[in-house]
Design a protein around this ligand. Structure first.
Ligand code: SAH
Length: 239
C-alpha cells in the first residue's frame, strides 16, 4: 500500500469530497495505467506514486472542490493532457457530463483506455486544438464551465477557453503563485473576449506546501467571432 493513499483519504475527509471505496479503486487503477503508459510514451513528467497522488490527484480535486460545480453542468477540460483535472473530476462526480480536449492524439488514446477501464460514462474525448474547436458551432459558447490546468499563461489561456463558455457561465483556471502578474497581463484580453474576473483565490497544496491559486472568469458578453484566432496565433501574438 502506497502511503500517499492515506493522504487522498484524508483530503477526501478534510475537503468533504466523500470519496467511496469504488472511487478510491478507480484512482488506484488510474495511477497504475498512467505509470504503465508513461514508460511507453510521454504523458506526464510527474510519475512517481507521491507525485501522482499529491500533485495530480489531490491538486486537481482541491481546485475542483473550490469551484462549486453543479450536477447538471456541461463541463469542458481544455488541454487535459493525461486527464487533469478532467479524470479526477469524473471519478469524484460521475454524474457530470464532460468533454476532454487535447491537441495530442497519443494523450487522447491513453484517455480512451482510462475511460474504458474505469467504466466512466458521459465523457467525450476530442483530439483537437482550442483555436479550431471553439470556432465550431457544436462547441462555441456551449459550456457552463471550462476548466484548465497548466496549459498556458492566463492571457493566452483566456483566448483558448472563454469562447467555449456560454454567457452566464465561467472559466476556471488552476494556477500557481504568479497569478497576480498573469492577471495584469491578461486584463485586456479578458475584456475583449467578453469575460470579467469574478474570483481570485490563493491557497496551499497540502503535504507539499506549494502555492496554488484559482482564477474564475465570468462570461458576461458574447466573444467576438474573430476569436479565437487561427491555430498558433494566440500564443504567438497574445491579445
Ligand atoms: N492539464 C494537464 C496537462 C497540462 S500540459 C495537467 O494539468 O497535467 C498542457 C496540455 O495542453 C498538453 O497535453 C497539450 O497537448 C495541450 N494543449 C496545449 N495547447 C493546446 C491547444 N491550443 N488546444 C488544445 N490542447 C492544447
Amino acid at each position: 500500500m502506497i502511503k500517499e493513499w492515506a493522504y487522498l483519504l484524508e483530503t477526501s475527509e478534510n475537503y468533504r469530497l466523500n470519496l467511496q471505496a469504488e472511487q478510491m479503486e478507480q484512482f488506484v487503477l488510474f495511477l497504475k495505467l498512467l505509470q504503465e503508459w508513461n514508460t511507453k510514451m510521454n504523458l506526464t513528467a510527474i510519475d512517481d506514486d507521491e507525485g501522482i497522488i499529491i500533485k495530480h490527484f489531490i491538486d486537481s480535486l482541491i481546485f475542483l472542490k473550490k469551484i462549486d460545480i453543479k450536477n447538471q453542468w456541461y463541463i469542458l477540460d481544455l488541454g487535459t493532457g493525461a486527464g487533469f483535472p478532467g479524470i479526477p473530476l469524473k471519478i469524484w462526480r460521475p454524474e457530470l457530463e464532460i468533454v476532454l480536449v487535447d491537441s495530442l492524439q497519443k494523450r487522447i488514446n491513453f484517455l480512451r483506455e482510462i475511460v474504458e477501464r474505469l467504466n466512466l460514462t458521459k465523457v467525450k474525448l476530442i483530439h483537437g486544438r482550442a483555436e479550431d474547436l471553439a470556432q465550431m458551432e457544436d462547441y462555441r459558447e456551449k459550456f457552463d464551465c471550462v476548466v484548465s490546468r497548466a496549459v498556458a499563461n492566463l492571457r493566452v489561456l483566456s483566448e483558448y477557453c472563454l469562447p467555449f463558455v456560454k454567457i452566464g457561465g465561467f472559466f476556471a483556471g488552476a494556477k500557481g503563485p504568479d497569478l497576480k502578474q498573469e492577471l495584469m497581463d491578461a486584463h485586456k484580453a479578458i475584456l475583449i473576449l467578453g469575460g470579467q474576473v469574478a474570483e481570485e483565490e490563493y491557497y496551499e497544496l497540502p503535504y507539499l506546501r506549494e502555492q496554488r491559486s484559482l482564477i474564475k472568469i465570468a462570461k458576461i458578453k458574447s466573444t467576438p467571432k474573430k476569436y479565437p484566432r487561427k491555430a498558433g496565433m494566440p500564443s504567438k501574438k497574445p491579445l
